[in-house]
Write a protein that binds this ligand. Structure first.
Ligand code: 0T9
Length: 379
């Protein structure tokens, strides 16, 4: 492969050796320049809503079964953005910027064709280990997704294995004044192509979407050579409350199309362009907003000026270390701005009792405080 520039071959080999013998937080390791991305992990929650019309369509479901199918369709349709978009925009998976504690990312997708405006708020709630909390809502449709994301990484036969920690809860307001909730768990990732310096993600294992109505989606992920010879395969079974067999089965490729296995009716199609989140211009952003905070580093990476990038990165990291020392000396702690940490998530616990396959049986959560100022002027 030609992915690793000749001048970085030895530093790439050294980096692979480090990750192979290392378990824990990969995000804090220093990697060779060619693999660096100018985008911070705090931007990643935006992938949940780059097809805003599929998100808003959840509100138009006619019953619980239909709602579960719409949630599944939206979920599957986010996977291409979540797991292949860096390959498309930058040629391979790249190492994202490691967010600082308190880093923020705000944005929205404007109202169009009656779908309502969707708003995104993200806060880095832990630096070590990295934990990102997010809240995505479409107020006019009564939809809100609250979640947090962390990773546990290990190395196995040349691949990085990433276990996703955390979960998301989707809350849907119903016309009768009630609410339906969905607990969404996240797939396991395998990062292949490391040796050649052109990493890409394959999804493995199983993830679940358990509704408070009792409907359950079980999504199995397979790569090349399993159900068929193709990458990015999935099979989703949707079962009625308490049922052991599936009412619906959908199969296909999560980065292109899928269909109903029995009827062949199309289910998902993400071959058309997605819609990127709108953010405020950098000058209008808060000092802690990701694109403003990392502007100089990102410019260095984009322009191939890695000396500047690494100098600017060190400035941010030193400033962070000083802050932590000052807090320790003053006996204070960094206060989260838009989320509150809770040791237990009652919604998660309740729904996990319905779906025994979901582990662990308890999780913590970050509750959104609904105190984010409006972004842009479309509100
Ligand atoms: C949540 C997503 C997550 C974050 C990223 C593993 C990874 C950090 C976490 C899981 C999103 O909803 C979906 C997509 C991509 C995931 C990243 C891919 C990746 O490589 C990084 C890790 C930390 C690395 O940067 C590994 C080193 C690098 C050289 C490999 C390219």
């Amino acid at each position: 492969g030609q992915a690793v520039p000749a001048s970085q071959k030895s530093s790439w080999a050294a980096f692979i050796k480090t990750i192979a013998s290392f378990s824990g937080d990969l995000s804090s390791l220093t990697a060779p320049p060619f693999i660096l991305s100018p985008i911070s992990l705090t931007e990643f929650p935006a992938y949940w809503c780059e097809r805003p019309e599929l998100f808003s369509a959840i509100a138009d479901a006619k019953d619980e079964e239909d709602r579960s199918l719409r949630v599944l369709r939206w979920f599957i349709s986010t996977l291409k953005g979540q797991y292949t978009s860096r390959n498309e925009s930058m040629g391979s998976e790249k190492k994202p910027l490691n967010p600082v504690l308190g880093e923020l990312f705000f944005g929205y997708w404007p109202d169009k064709n009656g779908r309502g405006q969707t708003d995104l708020a993200v806060e880095q709630v832990s630096h070590h280990p990295p934990i990102t909390a997010y809240y995505i809502s479409n107020k006019s449709k009564g939809l809100a997704l609250q979640g947090h994301s962390a990773q546990k990484t290990s190395f196995s036969s040349g691949s990085i294995i990433v276990k996703q920690i955390g979960h998301a809860v989707l809350t849907v307001k119903l016309p009768d004044g009630g609410e339906e909730r969905f607990v969404i768990t996240l797939p396991k990732l395998r990062i292949d192509g490391i040796w050649y310096g052109s990493p890409y993600i394959e999804l493995t294992d199983t993830s679940y979407i358990q509704s408070s109505s009792g409907w359950l989606s079980t999504i199995e992920y397979k790569g090349r050579g399993y159900f068929s010879g193709k990458s990015h395969q999935f099979k989703a079974s949707v079962s009625a409350p308490g049922a052991s067999s599936a009412t619906h089965v959908f199969e296909g490729l999560w980065h292109t199309t899928s269909k109903d296995s029995k009827t062949n009716v199309p289910f998902t199609d993400v071959t058309c362009p997605k819609e990127e989140v709108t953010v405020a211009p950098i000058d209008a952003q808060d000092e802690w907003e990701s694109r403003r905070l990392w502007a100089a580093v990102a410019r260095g990476i984009r322009e191939g000026d890695f000396e500047t990038a690494s100098r600017e990165k060190s400035k941010i990291e030193n400033e962070q270390r000083q802050r932590r020392r000052d807090e320790q000396a003053a006996g204070t702690r960094w206060e989260l701005r838009h989320f509150r940490h809770l040791d237990n998530d009652p919604v998660y616990e309740k729904l996990v009792k319905i779906c025994k396959s979901i582990t662990p049986s308890t999780e913590d959560t970050y509750e959104f405080l609904c105190n984010v100022p409006p972004v842009g002027n479309e509100k």
